[in-house]
Design a protein around this ligand. Structure first.
Ligand code: HEC
Length: 281
């Protein structure tokens, strides 16, 4: 009896599965998902090469310093870098005195509490501080940015597919909406206050093009021209470093492990030959 019950339950579930599958297949054929503008016009990031590509890639410290400068002078007005402290900049080749000066002169002051009165105040940054946040909270951030909240950029390069290339493409990808898009999807006009960018997943974002003209940032002597393209590359490299500051260690460890495995394999093979040397096959 129990067996028969189990059989019925099994039959019921298999029948149910089969019917849902058939219904799904019918729906797929008779009412295919309608194409969307996002589906047809979203682009994968551009191909761009960085010094840190590949298994032996290394960060270019000059480039990271330029990218940091772009972040500081352009992006920091809206985006926080909450996981990065001023003293982490030592990895970019800045010395202690330079880091102290960067922290002290940072345009946004660090929030503090007056120990005597308990009142909220601000003070100059010190190397152990993390980069100050540009907005007090999400409400203030949204109010200043057309209801969108500028995300923290510390881990952005890891949070998106092809992060480094994505950030570069996003920076250089703003353009007018293609006429073809409006012809095919008349309802998909970029809403007021948003900007068209085919690299952004839903094509329209609330960030105005942050790098809009060559020479927006002035690079030091001996550095490349600060074209939009160059600044975009540099800031992407910098944000790749913030997301993965230990990338170089990881890659060196990988190479060492491969080297070790090759030697271990050779040794294992030699011992195998040795152990079985006097056995007839
Ligand atoms: C005026 C404020 C402002 C400035 C300056 C600014 N951004 Fe943004 N950014 C935003 C806002 C707002 C969003 C959220 C957009 C949205 O979700 O529609 C955003 C989103 C982003 C995103 C996330 C996109 C995604 O996939 O979710 C990245 C990456 C980014 N900004 C990079 C930068 C970089 C790099 C700079 C400096 C070169 C910069 N931003 C300067 C306001 C700003």
């Amino acid at each position: 009896m129990v067996r028969f019950g189990a059989f019925l339950v099994g039959l019921f579930f298999s029948g149910w599965l089969l019917i849902s599958f058939i219904m799904g297949a019918i729906a797929y054929v008779t009412e295919p998902a309608s194409p969307t503008a996002e589906h047809e016009f979203h682009l994968t990031p551009k191909h761009v090469s960085f010094s840190f590509d590949g298994p032996l890639g290394r960060y270019d410290k000059q480039q990271l310093q330029r990218g940091f400068q772009v972040y500081k002078e352009v992006c920091a007005a809206c985006h926080s870098l909450k996981f990065v402290a001023f003293r982490d900049l030592a990895a970019l080749g800045y010395n202690e005195a330079e880091i102290k000066a960067i922290a002290k002169d940072w345009p946004l002051k660090t929030p503090d509490v007056d120990p005597a009165t308990g009142e909220i105040s601000t003070r100059d940054g010190v190397p152990s501080d993390h980069f100050p946040k540009p907005f007090a909270n999400n409400v203030a951030a949204a109010a200043a940015n057309n209801n969108a909240i500028p995300p923290d950029l510390s881990l952005m390069a890891k949070a998106r597919h092809h992060g480094s290339a994505y950030i570069y493409s996003l920076m250089t990808g703003y353009k007018d909406q293609p006429a073809e898009l409006l012809r095919k999807f008349p309802d998909s006009k970029t809403p007021e206050g948003l900007y068209y960018n085919p690299y952004f997943a839903n094509l329209n974002l609330a960030m105005a093009p942050p790098l809009s003209m060559d020479g927006q940032v002035t690079y030091g002597a001996g550095q490349p021209e600060p074209t939009v393209d160059q600044m975009a590359k540099d800031v992407s490299a910098f944000l790749t470093w913030t997301a993965e500051p230990k990338m170089e260690n990881r890659k060196s460890a990988g190479v060492a492990v491969l080297f070790f495995l090759i030697i271990a394999t050779a040794l294992a093979y030699m011992s195998y030959r040795n152990i079985w040397a006097d056995q007839k096959h």
